[in-house]
Design a protein around this ligand. Structure first.
Ligand SMILES: Cc1cc2nc3c(=O)[nH]c(=O)nc-3n(C[C@H](O)[C@H](O)[C@H](O)COP(=O)(O)OP(=O)(O)OC[C@H]3O[C@@H](n4cnc5c(N)ncnc54)[C@H](O)[C@@H]3O)c2cc1C
Length: 236
């Protein structure tokens, strides 16, 4: 797999404790919306057992000019260094990897169910499908504890506003004042937002515990396993 040199253009917070990093797309680097890559630090001042790199989803859409990744900043050597990088810092990128990508048929209804940092590949796929003119229904069920934890939520709502086949459904699990969906996703919540439960392709991703809980809900709802695609963020 090819390795590419990256130069950090800028970084900015996109939710509580969550940083997005932006890069020029290296010449020759092509990827599909939803894929991931291994991002590595170059000669970092500290390291840990996991090494100098991590697999991160490409949160940018290929239709966007620049590359972007986003991560929850935790107290690990990799993230301490990543969080302190300044524009101009050098990194490397290996990839792209993965087949958690949009269906080739743009008429197929798609339901994304994700939570927290699991939004990264979903942001890429939703924005790419908007730019390509996907005609099938796209529904995004996006769970977070509170609105301030929900990276890219406002951006995705704005991007989908006025598109009758796109729906963004934020779910807050720890915000008593939230006016929309609250609590954990269950079959009843799914039925409120997905008309024919067995028709769409479902995309589940994020921390392994979340993916397995969502898979159980879909099974309870009678969704066949071959309608479900998953990507687990091992390490959370
Ligand atoms: C296909 C794929 C796509 C991914 N996409 C993304 C993405 O877009 N964004 C993203 O952020 N991550 C993504 N990940 C996960 C990413 O690769 C890292 O594993 C993750 O960010 C954790 O890295 P870390 O440095 O915080 O912890 P690591 O050092 O990798 O953690 C190692 C272990 O320590 C535990 N640990 C470390 N710190 C803490 C803490 N503070 N609290 C509790 N447990 C802790 C972890 O549970 C883990 O088991 C993806 C993973 C995969 C496989």
């Amino acid at each position: 797999m090819a390795s590419y040199d990256l130069t950090l253009k800028r970084s900015e917070p996109v939710a509580d404790g969550t940083l997005a990093l932006f890069f020029e797309r290296p010449a020759g680097f092509d990827y599909k919306a939803g894929q991931c890559a291994r991002l590595a630090l170059v000669d970092p001042p500290e390291t840990d057992d996991e090494g100098n790199g991590r697999i991160l989803s490409l949160a940018s859409a290929p239709a966007e000019g620049e590359l972007m990744v986003a991560t929850r900043l935790r107290d690990t050597a990799f993230k301490r260094v990543l969080g302190g990088l300044r524009p101009g810092a050098a990194l490397t990128l290996k990839g792209p990897y993965g087949d958690f990508v949009l269906p080739a048929d743009g008429q197929v209804p798609v339901v994304f169910i994700t939570g927290g940092i699991g939004i990264t590949p979903v942001r890429s796929m939703v924005l790419q499908s908007l730019s390509e003119g996907h005609n099938g229904a796209i529904t995004l069920l996006y769970a977070n504890r509170r609105p301030k934890d929900a990276a890219f939520l406002d951006e995705l709502r704005q991007a989908c506003a006025g598109r009758s086949n796109y729906r963004v459904v934020p779910i807050m699990t720890q915000d008593a004042g939230w006016q929309g969906e609250t609590g954990h996703l269950d079959v009843a919540m799914l039925r409120r937002h997905v008309m024919n439960l067995t028709a769409p392709l479902y995309y589940l991703d994020g921390p392994p515990g979340l993916v397995s809980a969502m898979r159980s809900v879909l099974s309870e709802a009678g969704v066949a396993e071959d309608r479900v695609r998953t990507e687990e963020f091992a390490g959370y």
